[in-house]
Design a protein. Structure first.
Lengths: 347, 288
Protein backbone atom coordinates (compact mmCIF):
# COMPACT_ATOMS: atom_id res chain seq x y z
CA UNK A 1 0.00 0.00 0.00
CA UNK A 2 3.04 2.29 0.11
CA UNK A 3 2.46 5.10 -2.37
CA UNK A 4 5.62 6.90 -3.52
CA UNK A 5 4.78 9.54 -6.12
CA UNK A 6 2.49 12.44 -5.18
CA UNK A 7 0.56 12.06 -8.41
CA UNK A 8 -0.11 8.43 -7.73
CA UNK A 9 -1.10 9.28 -4.20
CA UNK A 10 -3.56 11.85 -5.49
CA UNK A 11 -5.02 9.35 -7.89
CA UNK A 12 -5.25 6.71 -5.23
CA UNK A 13 -7.02 9.11 -2.92
CA UNK A 14 -9.56 9.98 -5.59
CA UNK A 15 -10.12 6.34 -6.33
CA UNK A 16 -10.67 5.50 -2.65
CA UNK A 17 -13.00 8.48 -2.34
CA UNK A 18 -15.18 7.13 -5.13
CA UNK A 19 -15.07 3.64 -3.73
CA UNK A 20 -15.82 5.04 -0.30
CA UNK A 21 -18.84 6.98 -1.51
CA UNK A 22 -20.17 3.99 -3.40
CA UNK A 23 -19.49 1.67 -0.46
CA UNK A 24 -21.06 4.07 1.96
CA UNK A 25 -24.29 4.13 0.01
CA UNK A 26 -24.17 0.38 -0.37
CA UNK A 27 -23.43 -0.07 3.34
CA UNK A 28 -26.52 1.87 4.29
CA UNK A 29 -28.57 -0.77 2.56
CA UNK A 30 -26.30 -3.55 3.68
CA UNK A 31 -26.97 -3.01 7.38
CA UNK A 32 -30.73 -3.69 7.29
CA UNK A 33 -30.15 -6.36 4.68
CA UNK A 34 -27.75 -8.32 6.87
CA UNK A 35 -29.97 -7.87 9.90
CA UNK A 36 -33.00 -9.07 7.98
CA UNK A 37 -32.43 -12.86 8.24
CA UNK A 38 -32.25 -12.79 12.05
CA UNK A 39 -35.07 -10.27 12.32
CA UNK A 40 -37.34 -12.25 10.00
CA UNK A 41 -36.60 -15.52 11.80
CA UNK A 42 -37.39 -13.93 15.17
CA UNK A 43 -40.56 -12.33 13.86
CA UNK A 44 -41.76 -15.71 12.60
CA UNK A 45 -40.55 -17.86 15.52
CA UNK A 46 -41.62 -15.42 18.23
CA UNK A 47 -44.44 -13.20 17.00
CA UNK A 48 -45.82 -15.43 14.25
CA UNK A 49 -45.81 -18.44 16.53
CA UNK A 50 -47.45 -16.53 19.38
CA UNK A 51 -50.19 -15.55 16.92
CA UNK A 52 -50.56 -19.17 15.87
CA UNK A 53 -50.79 -20.34 19.49
CA UNK A 54 -53.40 -17.68 20.18
CA UNK A 55 -55.35 -18.93 17.16
CA UNK A 56 -55.15 -22.53 18.43
CA UNK A 57 -56.61 -21.30 21.72
CA UNK A 58 -59.71 -20.23 19.79
CA UNK A 59 -60.23 -23.57 18.01
CA UNK A 60 -61.83 -26.93 18.76
CA UNK A 61 -58.48 -28.74 18.61
CA UNK A 62 -58.60 -31.17 21.55
CA UNK A 63 -57.27 -34.47 20.22
CA UNK A 64 -54.21 -35.82 18.41
CA UNK A 65 -55.75 -34.75 15.11
CA UNK A 66 -55.57 -30.99 14.45
CA UNK A 67 -59.01 -29.39 14.26
CA UNK A 68 -58.79 -25.75 13.20
CA UNK A 69 -62.50 -24.97 13.27
CA UNK A 70 -63.30 -22.01 15.51
CA UNK A 71 -64.78 -22.87 18.89
CA UNK A 72 -68.08 -21.01 19.43
CA UNK A 73 -68.66 -18.63 21.06
CA UNK A 74 -65.28 -17.18 20.06
CA UNK A 75 -62.82 -17.09 22.94
CA UNK A 76 -65.01 -19.20 25.21
CA UNK A 77 -62.01 -21.43 26.01
CA UNK A 78 -60.68 -18.70 28.28
CA UNK A 79 -63.61 -18.51 30.71
CA UNK A 80 -63.65 -22.33 30.65
CA UNK A 81 -59.99 -22.35 31.57
CA UNK A 82 -60.38 -19.89 34.44
CA UNK A 83 -63.32 -21.83 35.83
CA UNK A 84 -61.26 -25.04 36.11
CA UNK A 85 -60.27 -25.65 39.72
CA UNK A 86 -56.88 -26.98 38.65
CA UNK A 87 -56.03 -23.82 36.74
CA UNK A 88 -57.23 -21.67 39.64
CA UNK A 89 -54.94 -23.66 41.91
CA UNK A 90 -52.08 -23.07 39.45
CA UNK A 91 -52.63 -19.32 39.55
CA UNK A 92 -52.76 -19.34 43.36
CA UNK A 93 -49.58 -21.43 43.46
CA UNK A 94 -47.82 -19.04 41.09
CA UNK A 95 -48.67 -16.05 43.28
CA UNK A 96 -47.54 -17.83 46.46
CA UNK A 97 -44.39 -19.13 44.79
CA UNK A 98 -43.51 -15.73 43.32
CA UNK A 99 -43.92 -13.90 46.61
CA UNK A 100 -42.03 -16.49 48.69
CA UNK A 101 -39.28 -16.85 46.09
CA UNK A 102 -38.79 -13.11 45.60
CA UNK A 103 -38.56 -12.43 49.32
CA UNK A 104 -35.96 -15.15 49.85
CA UNK A 105 -33.93 -14.61 46.68
CA UNK A 106 -33.84 -10.80 46.79
CA UNK A 107 -33.23 -10.41 50.53
CA UNK A 108 -30.75 -13.31 50.45
CA UNK A 109 -28.94 -11.87 47.47
CA UNK A 110 -28.85 -8.38 48.96
CA UNK A 111 -27.63 -9.70 52.30
CA UNK A 112 -24.82 -11.69 50.70
CA UNK A 113 -23.84 -8.73 48.52
CA UNK A 114 -23.62 -6.44 51.55
CA UNK A 115 -21.49 -9.00 53.42
CA UNK A 116 -19.15 -9.32 50.44
CA UNK A 117 -19.10 -5.55 49.88
CA UNK A 118 -16.49 -5.26 52.63
CA UNK A 119 -13.81 -6.83 50.45
CA UNK A 120 -12.56 -9.05 53.22
CA UNK A 121 -10.15 -11.87 52.43
CA UNK A 122 -11.66 -14.75 50.49
CA UNK A 123 -14.60 -12.75 49.14
CA UNK A 124 -13.87 -14.08 45.64
CA UNK A 125 -14.27 -17.63 46.93
CA UNK A 126 -17.54 -16.87 48.73
CA UNK A 127 -18.92 -15.09 45.68
CA UNK A 128 -18.15 -18.11 43.50
CA UNK A 129 -19.85 -20.47 45.94
CA UNK A 130 -23.03 -18.39 46.14
CA UNK A 131 -23.33 -18.03 42.38
CA UNK A 132 -22.46 -21.66 41.66
CA UNK A 133 -26.07 -22.99 41.72
CA UNK A 134 -26.92 -20.58 38.90
CA UNK A 135 -24.67 -22.62 36.58
CA UNK A 136 -26.69 -25.79 37.25
CA UNK A 137 -29.83 -26.87 35.44
CA UNK A 138 -33.23 -26.63 37.10
CA UNK A 139 -33.46 -30.40 36.67
CA UNK A 140 -30.27 -31.01 38.68
CA UNK A 141 -31.47 -28.61 41.37
CA UNK A 142 -34.86 -30.30 41.39
CA UNK A 143 -33.33 -33.76 41.83
CA UNK A 144 -31.05 -32.60 44.66
CA UNK A 145 -33.79 -30.79 46.58
CA UNK A 146 -36.25 -33.59 46.01
CA UNK A 147 -33.99 -35.76 48.16
CA UNK A 148 -33.33 -33.02 50.70
CA UNK A 149 -37.09 -32.49 51.08
CA UNK A 150 -37.91 -36.19 51.28
CA UNK A 151 -39.62 -36.32 54.73
CA UNK A 152 -37.89 -39.62 55.63
CA UNK A 153 -34.36 -38.36 55.06
CA UNK A 154 -32.50 -35.17 54.03
CA UNK A 155 -33.27 -32.01 56.00
CA UNK A 156 -35.50 -33.85 58.46
CA UNK A 157 -32.48 -35.94 59.56
CA UNK A 158 -30.70 -32.68 60.37
CA UNK A 159 -33.70 -31.49 62.35
CA UNK A 160 -33.62 -34.78 64.30
CA UNK A 161 -29.90 -34.37 64.87
CA UNK A 162 -30.48 -31.10 66.73
CA UNK A 163 -32.27 -33.12 69.42
CA UNK A 164 -35.34 -30.88 69.28
CA UNK A 165 -37.63 -33.84 68.67
CA UNK A 166 -36.42 -35.55 71.87
CA UNK A 167 -37.30 -32.40 73.80
CA UNK A 168 -40.71 -32.22 72.12
CA UNK A 169 -41.35 -35.92 72.85
CA UNK A 170 -40.52 -35.34 76.54
CA UNK A 171 -43.36 -32.80 76.64
CA UNK A 172 -45.63 -35.12 74.69
CA UNK A 173 -45.66 -32.85 71.66
CA UNK A 174 -45.71 -34.16 68.07
CA UNK A 175 -42.18 -34.31 66.61
CA UNK A 176 -41.13 -31.61 64.15
CA UNK A 177 -41.16 -33.48 60.87
CA UNK A 178 -42.30 -31.26 58.00
CA UNK A 179 -43.70 -32.98 54.92
CA UNK A 180 -42.06 -30.37 52.66
CA UNK A 181 -42.96 -31.12 49.02
CA UNK A 182 -45.22 -34.01 50.07
CA UNK A 183 -47.37 -31.81 52.32
CA UNK A 184 -50.83 -31.35 50.72
CA UNK A 185 -52.05 -28.78 53.25
CA UNK A 186 -52.99 -25.20 52.47
CA UNK A 187 -52.44 -22.93 55.46
CA UNK A 188 -53.75 -19.42 56.21
CA UNK A 189 -56.93 -20.09 54.26
CA UNK A 190 -58.92 -16.96 53.49
CA UNK A 191 -62.11 -18.65 52.26
CA UNK A 192 -63.85 -18.32 55.63
CA UNK A 193 -63.10 -14.61 56.23
CA UNK A 194 -63.98 -13.74 52.62
CA UNK A 195 -67.24 -15.70 52.80
CA UNK A 196 -68.20 -13.65 55.85
CA UNK A 197 -68.26 -10.52 53.66
CA UNK A 198 -68.94 -12.14 50.31
CA UNK A 199 -71.14 -15.25 50.80
CA UNK A 200 -70.58 -16.87 47.33
CA UNK A 201 -66.95 -17.43 48.39
CA UNK A 202 -68.22 -20.24 50.62
CA UNK A 203 -68.92 -22.22 47.43
CA UNK A 204 -65.41 -21.88 46.01
CA UNK A 205 -63.62 -25.19 45.48
CA UNK A 206 -60.30 -23.34 45.45
CA UNK A 207 -58.63 -23.09 48.84
CA UNK A 208 -57.35 -19.56 48.92
CA UNK A 209 -54.23 -19.79 51.09
CA UNK A 210 -50.60 -20.82 51.18
CA UNK A 211 -49.81 -24.36 49.95
CA UNK A 212 -46.96 -25.52 52.19
CA UNK A 213 -45.31 -27.62 49.47
CA UNK A 214 -45.03 -24.57 47.20
CA UNK A 215 -42.94 -22.78 49.83
CA UNK A 216 -40.53 -25.74 49.84
CA UNK A 217 -40.17 -25.40 46.06
CA UNK A 218 -39.53 -21.67 46.51
CA UNK A 219 -36.66 -22.47 48.89
CA UNK A 220 -34.99 -24.58 46.19
CA UNK A 221 -35.55 -21.85 43.60
CA UNK A 222 -34.09 -19.23 45.93
CA UNK A 223 -31.07 -21.47 46.52
CA UNK A 224 -30.50 -21.50 42.79
CA UNK A 225 -31.14 -17.84 41.94
CA UNK A 226 -30.19 -15.76 44.98
CA UNK A 227 -26.63 -15.83 43.62
CA UNK A 228 -27.86 -14.03 40.54
CA UNK A 229 -29.42 -11.32 42.69
CA UNK A 230 -26.18 -11.13 44.67
CA UNK A 231 -24.10 -10.67 41.49
CA UNK A 232 -26.41 -7.88 40.31
CA UNK A 233 -26.28 -6.10 43.68
CA UNK A 234 -22.50 -6.48 43.86
CA UNK A 235 -22.21 -4.91 40.41
CA UNK A 236 -24.36 -2.04 41.65
CA UNK A 237 -22.38 -1.66 44.89
CA UNK A 238 -19.20 -1.47 42.82
CA UNK A 239 -20.49 1.64 41.07
CA UNK A 240 -21.17 3.52 44.32
CA UNK A 241 -18.15 5.76 44.77
CA UNK A 242 -16.40 5.46 48.08
CA UNK A 243 -16.64 9.22 48.54
CA UNK A 244 -20.30 8.59 49.26
CA UNK A 245 -19.42 5.99 51.88
CA UNK A 246 -16.69 8.12 53.41
CA UNK A 247 -18.93 11.15 53.61
CA UNK A 248 -21.51 9.09 55.45
CA UNK A 249 -18.84 7.59 57.74
CA UNK A 250 -17.45 11.03 58.56
CA UNK A 251 -20.96 12.20 59.38
CA UNK A 252 -20.90 9.48 62.01
CA UNK A 253 -23.40 7.19 60.29
CA UNK A 254 -23.34 3.62 61.57
CA UNK A 255 -23.00 0.77 59.09
CA UNK A 256 -26.68 0.05 59.52
CA UNK A 257 -27.63 3.66 58.72
CA UNK A 258 -25.11 3.80 55.88
CA UNK A 259 -26.79 0.88 54.11
CA UNK A 260 -30.37 1.69 55.06
CA UNK A 261 -30.35 5.41 54.28
CA UNK A 262 -27.64 5.77 51.65
CA UNK A 263 -26.61 2.63 49.82
CA UNK A 264 -29.84 0.65 49.47
CA UNK A 265 -31.75 3.68 48.09
CA UNK A 266 -28.91 4.18 45.60
CA UNK A 267 -29.36 0.56 44.51
CA UNK A 268 -33.03 1.09 43.60
CA UNK A 269 -32.58 0.77 39.82
CA UNK A 270 -30.74 -2.53 40.32
CA UNK A 271 -33.39 -3.76 42.75
CA UNK A 272 -36.07 -3.04 40.17
CA UNK A 273 -34.14 -4.95 37.48
CA UNK A 274 -33.63 -7.90 39.82
CA UNK A 275 -37.31 -7.95 40.77
CA UNK A 276 -38.42 -7.83 37.14
CA UNK A 277 -36.07 -10.56 35.99
CA UNK A 278 -36.78 -12.89 38.91
CA UNK A 279 -40.55 -12.32 38.69
CA UNK A 280 -40.54 -13.29 35.03
CA UNK A 281 -38.50 -16.41 35.87
CA UNK A 282 -40.97 -17.39 38.55
CA UNK A 283 -44.00 -16.85 36.28
CA UNK A 284 -42.38 -19.23 33.76
CA UNK A 285 -41.17 -21.79 36.31
CA UNK A 286 -41.48 -25.32 34.93
CA UNK A 287 -38.43 -27.64 34.96
CA UNK A 288 -37.61 -27.16 38.64
CA UNK A 289 -41.10 -28.12 39.78
CA UNK A 290 -41.33 -30.86 37.17
CA UNK A 291 -38.20 -32.58 38.53
CA UNK A 292 -38.86 -31.86 42.20
CA UNK A 293 -42.48 -32.66 42.87
CA UNK A 294 -44.44 -32.51 39.62
CA UNK A 295 -48.08 -31.62 40.24
CA UNK A 296 -47.62 -32.44 43.91
CA UNK A 297 -50.27 -33.91 46.23
CA UNK A 298 -53.68 -32.43 45.35
CA UNK A 299 -51.97 -30.10 42.83
CA UNK A 300 -50.12 -28.51 45.77
CA UNK A 301 -47.15 -27.67 43.51
CA UNK A 302 -48.87 -27.51 40.14
CA UNK A 303 -47.98 -24.41 38.07
CA UNK A 304 -49.16 -23.09 34.68
CA UNK A 305 -45.94 -24.33 33.01
CA UNK A 306 -46.76 -27.91 33.99
CA UNK A 307 -50.44 -27.44 33.14
CA UNK A 308 -49.58 -26.38 29.57
CA UNK A 309 -47.13 -29.26 29.16
CA UNK A 310 -49.67 -31.83 30.33
CA UNK A 311 -52.55 -30.39 28.34
CA UNK A 312 -50.52 -30.47 25.11
CA UNK A 313 -48.37 -33.58 25.47
CA UNK A 314 -50.41 -35.84 27.75
CA UNK A 315 -54.07 -34.93 27.40
CA UNK A 316 -53.66 -33.55 23.83
CA UNK A 317 -56.17 -30.82 24.60
CA UNK A 318 -54.30 -28.37 22.42
CA UNK A 319 -56.79 -25.51 22.69
CA UNK A 320 -56.66 -25.53 26.48
CA UNK A 321 -52.88 -25.83 26.53
CA UNK A 322 -52.58 -22.95 24.06
CA UNK A 323 -54.94 -20.76 26.08
CA UNK A 324 -53.01 -21.38 29.31
CA UNK A 325 -49.74 -20.62 27.48
CA UNK A 326 -51.19 -17.32 26.27
CA UNK A 327 -52.19 -16.48 29.86
CA UNK A 328 -48.59 -17.18 30.93
CA UNK A 329 -47.32 -14.97 28.11
CA UNK A 330 -49.60 -12.10 29.10
CA UNK A 331 -48.50 -12.37 32.73
CA UNK A 332 -44.83 -12.26 31.69
CA UNK A 333 -45.49 -9.38 29.27
CA UNK A 334 -47.08 -7.25 31.97
CA UNK A 335 -43.75 -7.39 33.80
CA UNK A 336 -41.35 -7.33 30.87
CA UNK A 337 -42.88 -4.94 28.30
CA UNK A 338 -42.60 -1.78 30.45
CA UNK A 339 -39.02 -2.80 31.26
CA UNK A 340 -38.15 -3.17 27.56
CA UNK A 341 -39.98 0.02 26.64
CA UNK A 342 -37.94 1.93 29.21
CA UNK A 343 -34.73 0.45 27.80
CA UNK A 344 -35.76 1.41 24.26
CA UNK A 345 -36.25 5.01 25.35
CA UNK A 346 -32.72 5.08 26.75
CA UNK A 347 -31.11 3.61 23.62
CA UNK B 1 -18.54 -4.12 32.36
CA UNK B 2 -15.02 -5.35 32.96
CA UNK B 3 -14.39 -3.04 35.87
CA UNK B 4 -17.78 -3.38 37.42
CA UNK B 5 -16.75 -6.03 39.94
CA UNK B 6 -13.48 -4.39 40.93
CA UNK B 7 -13.13 -3.50 44.61
CA UNK B 8 -14.32 0.00 45.31
CA UNK B 9 -11.82 0.76 48.07
CA UNK B 10 -12.21 0.29 51.79
CA UNK B 11 -14.65 2.22 53.86
CA UNK B 12 -13.20 4.12 56.78
CA UNK B 13 -14.17 2.31 59.98
CA UNK B 14 -12.38 2.51 63.35
CA UNK B 15 -10.03 -0.44 63.63
CA UNK B 16 -11.36 -2.24 66.70
CA UNK B 17 -14.93 -2.01 65.51
CA UNK B 18 -13.88 -3.35 62.14
CA UNK B 19 -12.22 -6.41 63.68
CA UNK B 20 -15.27 -7.40 65.72
CA UNK B 21 -17.47 -6.76 62.70
CA UNK B 22 -15.28 -8.98 60.57
CA UNK B 23 -15.78 -12.00 62.82
CA UNK B 24 -19.53 -11.58 62.49
CA UNK B 25 -19.25 -11.20 58.72
CA UNK B 26 -17.12 -14.31 58.41
CA UNK B 27 -19.46 -16.33 60.61
CA UNK B 28 -22.41 -15.36 58.44
CA UNK B 29 -20.51 -16.08 55.23
CA UNK B 30 -19.43 -19.51 56.46
CA UNK B 31 -23.01 -20.35 57.48
CA UNK B 32 -24.23 -19.29 54.04
CA UNK B 33 -21.49 -21.34 52.39
CA UNK B 34 -22.63 -24.45 54.27
CA UNK B 35 -26.20 -23.85 53.08
CA UNK B 36 -25.15 -23.32 49.46
CA UNK B 37 -22.88 -26.37 49.39
CA UNK B 38 -25.34 -28.66 51.22
CA UNK B 39 -27.08 -30.02 48.09
CA UNK B 40 -23.72 -30.41 46.34
CA UNK B 41 -22.38 -32.39 49.28
CA UNK B 42 -25.44 -34.63 49.39
CA UNK B 43 -25.28 -35.36 45.66
CA UNK B 44 -21.56 -36.14 45.54
CA UNK B 45 -21.37 -38.12 48.78
CA UNK B 46 -24.47 -40.20 48.10
CA UNK B 47 -23.50 -40.76 44.47
CA UNK B 48 -20.32 -42.35 45.82
CA UNK B 49 -22.12 -44.67 48.25
CA UNK B 50 -22.76 -48.36 47.84
CA UNK B 51 -26.35 -49.31 48.65
CA UNK B 52 -25.30 -52.59 50.23
CA UNK B 53 -23.56 -50.74 53.06
CA UNK B 54 -25.68 -47.65 53.57
CA UNK B 55 -29.32 -46.64 53.67
CA UNK B 56 -31.14 -43.39 53.05
CA UNK B 57 -30.98 -42.57 56.74
CA UNK B 58 -27.19 -42.34 56.35
CA UNK B 59 -27.61 -39.47 53.89
CA UNK B 60 -25.26 -37.08 55.70
CA UNK B 61 -22.55 -39.64 56.41
CA UNK B 62 -19.47 -40.13 54.27
CA UNK B 63 -19.28 -43.33 52.18
CA UNK B 64 -17.73 -46.34 53.97
CA UNK B 65 -15.84 -47.62 50.97
CA UNK B 66 -14.70 -45.82 47.85
CA UNK B 67 -15.74 -48.21 45.10
CA UNK B 68 -17.36 -45.70 42.74
CA UNK B 69 -20.85 -46.12 44.25
CA UNK B 70 -23.58 -45.28 41.75
CA UNK B 71 -21.24 -43.66 39.25
CA UNK B 72 -20.47 -46.68 36.99
CA UNK B 73 -24.18 -47.43 36.47
CA UNK B 74 -25.02 -43.74 36.08
CA UNK B 75 -22.29 -43.37 33.47
CA UNK B 76 -23.65 -46.34 31.50
CA UNK B 77 -27.17 -44.95 31.53
CA UNK B 78 -26.21 -41.34 30.90
CA UNK B 79 -23.29 -41.49 28.46
CA UNK B 80 -25.43 -41.58 25.26
CA UNK B 81 -27.30 -38.49 26.49
CA UNK B 82 -24.11 -36.71 27.50
CA UNK B 83 -22.85 -37.22 23.96
CA UNK B 84 -26.23 -36.14 22.54
CA UNK B 85 -25.99 -32.94 24.59
CA UNK B 86 -22.44 -32.18 23.46
CA UNK B 87 -23.30 -32.85 19.80
CA UNK B 88 -26.22 -30.42 20.03
CA UNK B 89 -24.82 -27.76 22.39
CA UNK B 90 -21.55 -27.06 20.56
CA UNK B 91 -22.98 -26.17 17.12
CA UNK B 92 -25.93 -24.36 18.73
CA UNK B 93 -23.58 -22.22 20.83
CA UNK B 94 -21.31 -21.39 17.89
CA UNK B 95 -24.24 -20.70 15.56
CA UNK B 96 -26.08 -18.39 17.92
CA UNK B 97 -22.82 -16.61 18.85
CA UNK B 98 -21.96 -15.89 15.21
CA UNK B 99 -25.44 -14.56 14.43
CA UNK B 100 -25.33 -12.50 17.62
CA UNK B 101 -21.96 -11.01 16.64
CA UNK B 102 -23.26 -9.85 13.25
CA UNK B 103 -26.49 -8.48 14.74
CA UNK B 104 -24.71 -6.80 17.63
CA UNK B 105 -22.28 -5.10 15.24
CA UNK B 106 -25.05 -3.83 12.96
CA UNK B 107 -27.27 -2.72 15.84
CA UNK B 108 -24.49 -0.74 17.52
CA UNK B 109 -22.35 0.61 14.68
CA UNK B 110 -24.68 0.72 11.67
CA UNK B 111 -27.91 1.93 13.14
CA UNK B 112 -30.65 2.83 10.71
CA UNK B 113 -34.13 4.22 11.08
CA UNK B 114 -36.07 1.76 13.18
CA UNK B 115 -33.09 -0.40 14.15
CA UNK B 116 -33.57 0.29 17.87
CA UNK B 117 -37.20 -0.79 17.62
CA UNK B 118 -36.19 -3.97 15.79
CA UNK B 119 -33.59 -4.61 18.50
CA UNK B 120 -36.20 -4.25 21.25
CA UNK B 121 -38.61 -6.53 19.39
CA UNK B 122 -35.85 -9.14 19.04
CA UNK B 123 -35.02 -8.81 22.75
CA UNK B 124 -38.57 -9.64 23.78
CA UNK B 125 -37.92 -13.12 22.38
CA UNK B 126 -35.64 -14.00 25.28
CA UNK B 127 -38.30 -13.38 27.91
CA UNK B 128 -41.27 -15.24 26.48
CA UNK B 129 -42.42 -18.49 28.07
CA UNK B 130 -41.56 -21.02 25.37
CA UNK B 131 -44.80 -22.84 26.10
CA UNK B 132 -46.43 -20.07 24.05
CA UNK B 133 -44.62 -21.14 20.84
CA UNK B 134 -44.35 -24.91 21.28
CA UNK B 135 -47.33 -26.02 19.17
CA UNK B 136 -46.42 -24.10 15.99
CA UNK B 137 -42.73 -24.83 16.59
CA UNK B 138 -43.29 -28.56 16.53
CA UNK B 139 -45.60 -28.35 13.51
CA UNK B 140 -43.03 -26.26 11.63
CA UNK B 141 -40.18 -28.62 12.48
CA UNK B 142 -42.37 -31.48 11.30
CA UNK B 143 -43.01 -29.61 8.06
CA UNK B 144 -39.29 -29.32 7.29
CA UNK B 145 -38.57 -32.88 8.45
CA UNK B 146 -36.62 -31.94 11.59
CA UNK B 147 -39.17 -32.83 14.30
CA UNK B 148 -37.77 -35.50 16.61
CA UNK B 149 -34.22 -35.01 15.32
CA UNK B 150 -31.31 -33.56 17.27
CA UNK B 151 -30.58 -31.30 14.30
CA UNK B 152 -34.01 -29.79 14.84
CA UNK B 153 -33.24 -29.17 18.51
CA UNK B 154 -29.93 -27.54 17.53
CA UNK B 155 -31.75 -25.23 15.12
CA UNK B 156 -34.29 -24.30 17.81
CA UNK B 157 -31.49 -23.35 20.22
CA UNK B 158 -29.73 -21.26 17.57
CA UNK B 159 -32.92 -19.34 16.81
CA UNK B 160 -34.02 -18.71 20.38
CA UNK B 161 -30.42 -17.86 21.28
CA UNK B 162 -30.40 -14.90 18.88
CA UNK B 163 -31.93 -12.34 21.31
CA UNK B 164 -29.47 -12.89 24.16
CA UNK B 165 -26.38 -13.19 21.95
CA UNK B 166 -27.35 -10.07 19.97
CA UNK B 167 -27.82 -8.20 23.25
CA UNK B 168 -24.43 -9.17 24.69
CA UNK B 169 -22.58 -8.40 21.44
CA UNK B 170 -24.45 -5.15 20.94
CA UNK B 171 -23.45 -3.98 24.42
CA UNK B 172 -19.88 -5.07 23.78
CA UNK B 173 -19.56 -3.32 20.42
CA UNK B 174 -21.26 -0.19 21.77
CA UNK B 175 -18.21 0.21 24.02
CA UNK B 176 -15.76 -0.11 21.10
CA UNK B 177 -14.95 3.46 19.95
CA UNK B 178 -16.89 4.42 16.84
CA UNK B 179 -13.72 6.25 15.65
CA UNK B 180 -12.35 2.81 14.76
CA UNK B 181 -15.19 2.24 12.32
CA UNK B 182 -14.81 5.75 10.91
CA UNK B 183 -11.05 5.36 10.49
CA UNK B 184 -11.62 2.11 8.64
CA UNK B 185 -14.19 3.84 6.43
CA UNK B 186 -11.70 6.56 5.52
CA UNK B 187 -9.23 3.84 4.60
CA UNK B 188 -11.85 2.52 2.23
CA UNK B 189 -13.08 -0.44 4.26
CA UNK B 190 -16.76 -1.20 3.91
CA UNK B 191 -19.22 -2.57 6.42
CA UNK B 192 -18.27 -6.19 5.89
CA UNK B 193 -14.53 -5.55 5.72
CA UNK B 194 -14.63 -3.49 8.92
CA UNK B 195 -16.46 -6.30 10.65
CA UNK B 196 -14.15 -9.07 9.50
CA UNK B 197 -10.84 -7.25 9.86
CA UNK B 198 -11.38 -4.94 12.82
CA UNK B 199 -14.42 -5.81 14.92
CA UNK B 200 -14.25 -9.58 14.80
CA UNK B 201 -10.64 -9.80 16.07
CA UNK B 202 -11.53 -7.28 18.78
CA UNK B 203 -14.56 -9.25 19.90
CA UNK B 204 -12.76 -12.34 21.19
CA UNK B 205 -13.63 -11.51 24.84
CA UNK B 206 -17.30 -11.14 23.88
CA UNK B 207 -17.17 -14.50 22.12
CA UNK B 208 -15.79 -16.10 25.29
CA UNK B 209 -18.56 -14.54 27.41
CA UNK B 210 -21.32 -15.47 24.95
CA UNK B 211 -19.85 -18.92 24.39
CA UNK B 212 -19.80 -19.78 28.09
CA UNK B 213 -23.18 -18.27 28.77
CA UNK B 214 -24.89 -19.98 25.84
CA UNK B 215 -23.15 -23.29 26.53
CA UNK B 216 -24.59 -23.21 30.04
CA UNK B 217 -28.06 -22.07 28.94
CA UNK B 218 -28.43 -24.65 26.19
CA UNK B 219 -26.90 -27.47 28.22
CA UNK B 220 -29.36 -26.76 31.03
CA UNK B 221 -32.45 -26.53 28.82
CA UNK B 222 -35.18 -29.07 29.49
CA UNK B 223 -38.42 -27.92 27.83
CA UNK B 224 -37.15 -27.98 24.23
CA UNK B 225 -35.19 -31.17 24.85
CA UNK B 226 -38.20 -33.05 26.18
CA UNK B 227 -40.65 -31.80 23.54
CA UNK B 228 -38.67 -31.53 20.29
CA UNK B 229 -36.70 -34.82 20.44
CA UNK B 230 -38.37 -38.13 21.27
CA UNK B 231 -35.75 -40.78 20.55
CA UNK B 232 -34.21 -41.42 24.03
CA UNK B 233 -30.69 -41.77 22.59
CA UNK B 234 -30.93 -38.29 21.07
CA UNK B 235 -32.45 -36.55 24.09
CA UNK B 236 -30.18 -34.20 26.04
CA UNK B 237 -28.84 -35.13 29.44
CA UNK B 238 -31.37 -33.04 31.40
CA UNK B 239 -34.14 -35.22 29.96
CA UNK B 240 -32.23 -38.43 30.70
CA UNK B 241 -31.64 -37.29 34.28
CA UNK B 242 -35.29 -36.43 34.75
CA UNK B 243 -36.30 -39.87 33.42
CA UNK B 244 -33.96 -41.55 35.92
CA UNK B 245 -35.37 -39.32 38.64
CA UNK B 246 -38.87 -40.58 37.94
CA UNK B 247 -38.14 -44.31 37.99
CA UNK B 248 -38.15 -46.45 41.09
CA UNK B 249 -36.13 -49.27 39.49
CA UNK B 250 -32.76 -47.57 40.06
CA UNK B 251 -30.99 -46.92 43.34
CA UNK B 252 -30.93 -43.46 44.80
CA UNK B 253 -27.13 -43.62 44.62
CA UNK B 254 -27.39 -43.88 40.82
CA UNK B 255 -29.77 -40.92 40.57
CA UNK B 256 -27.45 -38.75 42.65
CA UNK B 257 -24.39 -39.84 40.69
CA UNK B 258 -26.29 -39.05 37.49
CA UNK B 259 -27.17 -35.59 38.81
CA UNK B 260 -23.47 -34.96 39.42
CA UNK B 261 -22.45 -36.25 35.97
CA UNK B 262 -25.08 -34.17 34.18
CA UNK B 263 -23.95 -31.02 35.97
CA UNK B 264 -20.22 -31.64 35.61
CA UNK B 265 -19.58 -29.89 32.25
CA UNK B 266 -21.24 -26.61 33.25
CA UNK B 267 -19.79 -26.85 36.75
CA UNK B 268 -16.26 -27.24 35.38
CA UNK B 269 -16.76 -24.35 32.98
CA UNK B 270 -18.07 -22.26 35.86
CA UNK B 271 -15.17 -23.06 38.17
CA UNK B 272 -12.53 -22.42 35.51
CA UNK B 273 -14.10 -19.43 33.78
CA UNK B 274 -16.51 -18.02 36.36
CA UNK B 275 -15.26 -14.49 35.72
CA UNK B 276 -16.58 -14.55 32.15
CA UNK B 277 -19.75 -16.25 33.31
CA UNK B 278 -20.56 -13.38 35.66
CA UNK B 279 -19.93 -10.90 32.87
CA UNK B 280 -22.32 -12.72 30.57
CA UNK B 281 -24.96 -12.84 33.24
CA UNK B 282 -24.68 -9.12 33.95
CA UNK B 283 -24.50 -8.18 30.27
CA UNK B 284 -27.59 -10.26 29.66
CA UNK B 285 -29.63 -8.46 32.26
CA UNK B 286 -28.54 -4.83 32.06
CA UNK B 287 -27.80 -2.34 29.37
CA UNK B 288 -24.11 -1.88 28.65
Amino acid sequence: MAVTSPALAQEARLATATVRRRRFNLDRFLSPLLLAPSAVVIFIFVYGFIGYTFFVSLTNWKSAKPDMTIHRPVGAIYPDLFSQTRFQIDLRNTVVFTVAFLIMAVLGGLGLAILLDRHIGGSGFFRSVFLFPYALSFITTGVAWRWLFNPETGINLLIDATGINKVLAAYGVEPLKPGWITDPSVVWQLNGPIAAVFPPAGEWSLKLGVPVAMVAVAIAAAWQLSGFAMAMFLAGLGTISHEVREAAALDGASDYRLYKDVIIPLLNPITISVLIILTHVSLKIFDLVFAMSGKGPGFATDVPGIFVYEMIFRAQRFNFGAAAAIVMLIAVSVVIVPYLARQLKDL
Amino acid sequence: MATILAPAGRVYVPRRKRRVGQYVVYALLVAATLFYLMPVYVMVVNGLKDKTYMTLSDMWKLPLYLNGGGFPVAWNVLSPSLWASVRMVVPATIGSALLGAVNGYLLSKWKFRGSDVIFTLILFGMFIPYQAILIPLIRSLDLIGLYGKWQGLTLVHIIYGIPITSLIFRNYFANVPTELVEAARIDGAGLIQTFLQIMLPLSLPAFVVVGIFQFTNIWNDFLFGVTVVFNPADQPVTVALNNLNGTTSVDWTVVMAAAVLSALPTAVVYVLLGRFFIRGLLAGSMKG
